[in-house]
Design a protein around this ligand. Sequence first.
Ligand code: BG6
Length: 482
Amino acid sequence: ELKDNTIIIVLGASGDLAKKKTFPALFGLYRQGFLPRDVKIVGYARTKMDQEEFHKRQTSYIKNPNEEPELTKSIEEFKAISTYVSGGYEDGESFDNLNRHLDEIESAYQSKERNRLFYLALPPSVFIPVAKNLKEHCYIFRSGVNRIIIEKPFGKDTASAKELLESVKEHWKEDETFRIDHYLGKEMVKNILVLRFANVTMNAAWDKNHISNVQITFKEPFGTEGRGGYFDEFGIIRDILQNHLLQVLSILTMERPVSFAAEDIRDEKVKVLRAIAPIEQSDCLLGQYVAANGKPGYLDDDTVPPNSVCPTFAACTLWIQNPRWEGVPFILKAGKALNEAKVEVRIQFKDVTQGIFKDIARNELVIRIQPSEAVYLKMNAKTPGLYTRAMPTEMDLTYKRRFTDAKIPEAYEALILDALRGDHSNFVRHDELDIAWKIFTPILHWIEGRPGYGNRPRPVPYPYGSRGPKELGEFIEKFGYK
Ligand code: BG6
C-alpha cells in the first residue's frame, strides 16, 4: 500500500549514486504514476547550491535527447515537487533545519498523517551519525511511518558489519530499515523464483542428481577509472561477490518458501546460506588487470596505491552442505576491465547416460540477467533430415523478442517502490548479511595479509579487455565444467 502524504528525502543528493540511480529511478516512478499522491522529494547534502542548480544536477541523468514535449513537461513537474536543503551529516542543528523544511511541506497536508522515507545515498563513514541524527531530529513519532534505505558497503568483514548493523539498529527498527542490494531489483533475478517453482520440469531437475556445476558470472568492460580510491579499499569480492552474486546464489538454491511473504522468503535464503562453508583459499582464483589494448592497468590509475595487490577479478567456488546440493560446485566470478558487459547464471547439467549417445553435449540452462534479458536452454535435438543424429541447439526465451511491448523496470525503480509499499522481500535482512560476511571473511583477511591466514596471495595479471586470467579455463574445468 502506498501512503499519501509522503516525503522522500535523498541524503547525499549531490553525489554520484543519487545523480545516476536514485533520481532517475524516482523520476521513472513519478512519470509512470507509481509514486504516492502529492509526493514531495527533498534533496540533502553538504554542497551549498540554490534550487536551480540542484534541479539541474537532479535531472542531469534523465535522458530526453529529442526534447519530447511530454517528457519535458514531466521533468518540469518533477523539479517542481523537489526542493533542496544543504547541511552537515554530523551536527544536530543541520538536521533540525532539515526537519523544519519537512514540517513546512507537511503543514499543507489535510490529514495528520505524515510519512518520511529517508534514502541514504552516502559513503559508509557517515551512515552511523546520519542514522542517529535522522532519528533524533527528523523522525515522526505520531501517526505516520518512517523508513530508511541504506546501501552497501555494509562493513568490510563480519566484525565491522556487525558494528555497523548494531549502531543503525539502536535507532531504526528492522521493519523500518531497507538494506538495498540492487541486484534483487533486477527483473531476471526476480524471475528465478518463478522459473524454479512455477515449473515442474525445472523444479524436478534442480539438485545434485541432475546438476553438475553452476557459474554465476559478472563481467564489466571498464576498469576503476577514477573510482580506484573506493575500489582499492574494498576489492572485487566485497564489491560484487559477497553481495550481488551471493544474493543470486541464495535465490537459486533456497528451498521453496511457504509463501511470497518477505519473511518466508528471507527465512529460506538464510537457511541455505547457513549451509555454505567459508570459502577455502584453494577454491579461489584472483586477478588484477594490466595495461593492454591502449587501456591503462589497475596500478596506472592515480587513485590506486602503487603496488596494490587488490583483486579486480575473482573466481570463488562455494559448496552448500545440504542434501540437495552436496558436492555441486557453485562458481562465483566477477571482474572489471574484461572483454564484455554481461551478468549471467549458467547451470550445467550432468552427462546423459552413455550407451546410445556418445560425446553428446550437456544441457545448460542460462539465465542472462543483463544485457538483453533471456533464459535459454541448450539441449540436443535430432538433426533434421534422413539421419538419426543428435545436434546441440537451444530453446530460447529472449525477452526483447518474446515480450516486445514489455518495459523492464530499472532495479532501483522496483526497489524504491517496494520500500514505499513497505515490502521487504527484495531487501537484505540483518541475519542474511551476517552469514554472507561469514562465508567471505576468512579469504578477505587472507587477501589483506592478516596474520594467521597464510601467505598473502598475489593476484595474477590479465590484460585489460580480455576474458580474465588465462588460468580461468583450467579453474572452471577443475570444478567439472565441460
Ligand atoms: C555496484 C558496484 O554495486 O554494482 C559497481 O559497486 C558495479 O562496481 C555495479 O559497477 C554494477 O551494477 P549494474 O547494475 O550495472 O550491474
